[in-house]
Design a protein around this ligand. Sequence first.
Ligand code: GAP
Length: 480
Amino acid sequence: MSDEKKKRGTEELPLLQKVVSLCKRRGFVFQSSEIYGGLKSAYDYGPLGAELKRNVMQEWWRSMVHEREDVVGLDASIIMSPKVWEASGHVSGFSDPLVDCKLCKARFRADKAPQVPKGSEVTYRREGKTLKAVADRGYVCPECGGVELSEERAFNLMFKTNLGPIESPDSTVYLRPETAQAMFVNFLNVQQTYRLKVPFGIAQQGKSFRNEITVEHFIFRSCEFEQMEMEFFCEPEESDKWLEYWKNERFEWYVRLGAKRENLRLRAHEKDELAHYARGCYDVEYLYPWGWDELEGIANRTDYDLRKHQEASGKKLTYFDPNRPNPETGKPGVHFLPYVIEPAAGATRATLMFLLDAYHEEPPSEARAEGRVVLRLHPRLAPIKVAVLPLVKKDEWLQGKSREIVKEFWKSSVNAFYDEKDAIGRRYARQDEAGTPFCITIDGETRENDTVTIRTRDDMRQERIKVEEAVDVVLRKMRE
Ligand code: GAP
């Protein structure tokens, strides 16, 4: 990790391990193909994880598509024509610099290796001996610290496969490494069928694939992951303004969903960090247990992509604005290639961020004799919104009433969960670890006066409410 990255306090360093262990214990995330020893960097989302990831993606879609007049959705094919990736520059340029260590045989990315000043003397250990050498590369092997390294080779990150039965260069296709390109190649399809006027955006979510050399930090970087991207087409002169707008909008989205503001920051890219086509870029960064690192990028991609696809396909991709004056004639009406602002987020990475941010360990208190682990997820993100619990198990009336209440929640599309196993304290503890914001308990009093208790996850307070109010109370609290 580079020095400038600020670590979270040492007491929080094992946080990642704690979250990984909670994820396995409670069924958020499992290692893929575990019974066969697992597959490097592949993960499966269990019952709670599938709900959490789905909620993260649903909230993004709600704020980016449903609650806006200027953005529409797209769900494109993962396998596209290989010409798309030639035109976008991915076939020739989407690569990482790969290096082999001649001493310990480690294979690593040059840009991720520990950096040292070029020409400086470094010491490293080999077969029990301490050796000295001059680092003429500016980095050393991340495994053994040595400097006897192979040349850097460009390693393309796209997964290749074949379309059809014959494996030949003509049938090569790629799994998309980003969702973005489908928005560019469908720009006019969407604009014309929906009669959209610039500025407008096209949003898409879904799987992307990169043959990453270094996979790290659990689901932070994996070879198969999910993205949430939006391409916002605007007039070139307005692109700086829209970049400002979208970087703020995207930052606040995480905060609105409960992420702690102090764990988030916006970082402008330095000129030498910018992709060659980008005019400006911000990263939303999160303070992960290993330091500040990327959560989402918001870039001004100029008209680079539309221009490249226009050139390569020979199809005009310009937008006609009947009101904008033509610079040559001075009369209204001009064809031009819009600029694009792209907020590009990772859904699986955001899921990890929300888990890390929500994880709390609470010591024993007056309210609880035992300490507890609680996931303080925003109610909208919580996998289960409400657990409905009959106080005692062997009471058919309580069970029947509880199941009736569960069904009432389902009718309002609230994910309610029925649980009768174990003592009530253990059931609360399970729901705290699952991040369930509310527990409703049905007891003897319910039979007498049709009331239940509702317990709030974060302060563990309980109040009695009427059964018929239960759905409204939970829905209201979810909106707060
Ligand atoms: N269309 C632009 C683009 O794809 P990117 O910065 O390469 O930009 C956008 O990816 C986001 O996708 C990242 O900020 C990150 O959240 C997520 N992402 C990228 N590679 C990933 C990987 N290997 N594993 C998990 N998430 C990844």
